[in-house]
Design a binder for this molecule. Structure first.
Ligand SMILES: Cc1cc2nc3c(=O)[nH]c(=O)nc-3n(C[C@H](O)[C@H](O)[C@H](O)COP(=O)(O)OP(=O)(O)OC[C@H]3O[C@@H](n4cnc5c(N)ncnc54)[C@H](O)[C@@H]3O)c2cc1C
Length: 457
């Protein structure tokens, strides 16, 4: 039977990772897509910035082997993940004698890699190892599903996790994955991430992936090339201020172009503003849900040292002890990722509201002092320069039973994409991450193309 589908004209507002994913999916399906991005640089909350004449990111990111959609699109856009991303086995390693632990999964098939890592882990006692084993057995038995959501702290308490495990493993993992402290974080979403990484049948799903290139180059700019090669257009410095529903069901953006459908791929705050302007009561539910999100900050402190400075590992965890002014949670040696960044360290603080209150100068100084002390390298107390970037609205607080809007806004032809949208199946809900954004973008594109195709037949 002949394909009766007509090529549609679609607009995507926002070229973060969700918007880029949506645009690629629409272009791949043969539609005409135009992307409007307010900023000059593509990538949104995961993008390149330039400071001190150095190419940095707005925040140090880490991806997981479980980010299957992100990795698929990076390849589809013509990029080679093996060249652009450092892939490390699952690990939680602290500097020697810093009061931490050393947990490193070997390259063995899953779940043997975890059993081996646990057996060999240093800094954990028998009781810690047994409680971790019990937790993971119980999760497998429960099919990694939680029918009633609760906080991560409650979940850990329910499964008798020891204080040491909570402090050295669960607390930092929860902060890194959900950017929300365990006492406020959703256990259901945390379990979804654990299932797809630690619990996956493929060992590589638990790998930790660190981009060697800047984040805009990793996907968003390659996505823009892909869209343009498929006949689409990407406009930067193009902020959309109003969406107008036309009587024929099409949409006009500001006073210019009109489209068969629009995917709003901005952050939830910006999406709520755009949707409010449409003045359609069918959008009220989505707007109310978006307005209920509370933001969580992430700070990244870059510290430049002499090019000869190198850490023992590409990245390691740090014991987070704010009462001692030890705010840093992870440190990355950028020089081991990119030769041009020799001597550059990036220290990450998730859920960084209280840390950021210290002020840029004092916080950067405290981080340099923490590195010097825990790594036992006094020279690290005196960086040549520091750059502290705090993204106040890095993610939404991933609370239990959070009501998230879906891709369908409630009005035909108007779709939502972004790290905040809900999945149709709650067991697939992710925290605000690159993978959540990419999955949401692809899903929104599929929803709109399927709806249009159904209308045509
Ligand atoms: C510091 C930091 C560290 C993080 N660390 C990690 C990590 O380690 N791992 C991980 O997976 N995730 C991490 N995240 C989360 C991840 O970056 C985000 O979840 C993801 O980038 C969100 O993508 P998005 O496309 O949904 O939204 P956004 O990135 O917010 O994209 C929205 C885009 O829309 C544009 N826009 C807004 N309004 C308009 C308008 N009116 N007209 C046109 N364009 C508009 C914006 O400029 C932006 O480019 C981190 C985030 C931050 C900030």
């Amino acid at each position: 039977m002949a394909d009766l589908r007509v090529k549609q004209r679609y607009a995507v507002i926002g070229a973060g990772w969700a918007g880029c994913a949506a645009a690629m999916e629409l272009a791949r399906a043969g539609h005409a897509v135009t992307v409007y991005e307010a900023a000059r640089t593509l990538g949104g909350r995961a993008r390149r910035v330039e400071r001190e004449k150095t190419v940095l990111d707005n925040g140090q990111h880490i991806l997981l082997g479980a980010y299957t959609e992100t990795l698929r699109l990076i390849k589809l856009a013509g990029q080679d993940p093996a060249e652009l991303i450092l892939s490390l086995p699952l690990q939680m390693r602290y500097p020697v004698d810093s009061g931490g632990m050393d947990f490193l999964a070997p390259r063995l098939p899953a779940p043997l890699h975890l059993a081996w890592a646990l057996l060999r882990a240093k800094g954990l006692q028998r009781a810690d190892k047994l409680s971790l084993m019990r937790f993971s057995t119980a999760m497998r038995w429960m099919g990694w599903q939680l029918y009633n959501d609760c906080t991560v702290s409650e979940l850990l308490q329910r499964f008798d996790q020891t204080d040491r495990l909570n402090r050295l493993m669960w607390h930092p993992l929860c902060l890194a994955a959900l950017n929300t402290p365990p006492e406020r974080a959703s256990a259901r979403v945390f379990i979804n991430v654990l299932r797809d990484s630690l619990g996956a049948s493929r060992r590589r799903a638990s790998d930790m992936l660190i981009p060697k290139t800047d984040l805009s180059a990793l996907l968003p700019e390659a996505a823009a090339r892909y869209v343009e090669q498929h006949g689409g257009a990407v406009r930067t410095g193009a902020k959309i201020t109003a969406l107008h529903a036309l009587p024929d069901g099409r949409w006009r953006l500001d006073d210019a172009d009109s489209f068969d459908a629009v995917i709003v791929a901005t952050s939830s705050v910006q999406a709520a503003t755009l949707l409010q302007g449409v003045r359609d009561p069918r959008l009220d539910d989505a707007i109310t849900r978006m307005q209920a999100f509370t933001p969580e900050a992430i700070s990244t402190c870059y510290l430049q040292y002499d090019a000869a400075v190198r850490l023992d590992l590409p990245f390691c965890a740090l014991v987070d002890a704010p009462e001692q002014q030890h705010w840093g949670q992870f440190v990355f040696d950028r020089g081991q990722l990119d030769g041009k960044q020799a001597g550059l360290l990036a220290v990450v603080i998730s859920a960084s509201g209280s840390a950021a209150e210290q002020g840029h100068g004092p916080l950067a100084q405290a981080i340099a002092a923490q590195l010097a002390q825990v790594l036992r390298r006094p020279e690290l107390a005196r960086p040549a320069w520091t750059q502290l970037i705090t993204e106040k609205r890095a993610t939404f607080a991933c609370a239990p039973d959070l009501l998230r809007p879906g891709n369908a806004s409630g009005v035909p032809g108007l779709l939502l994409a972004g790290d905040y949208t809900a999945n149709e199946d709650r067991t697939q809900d992710y925290p605000a991450t690159i993978e959540a954004a990419v999955r949401s973008g692809v899903a929104a594109a599929r929803v709109v193309t399927t709806a249009k195709a159904a209308k045509q037949t």
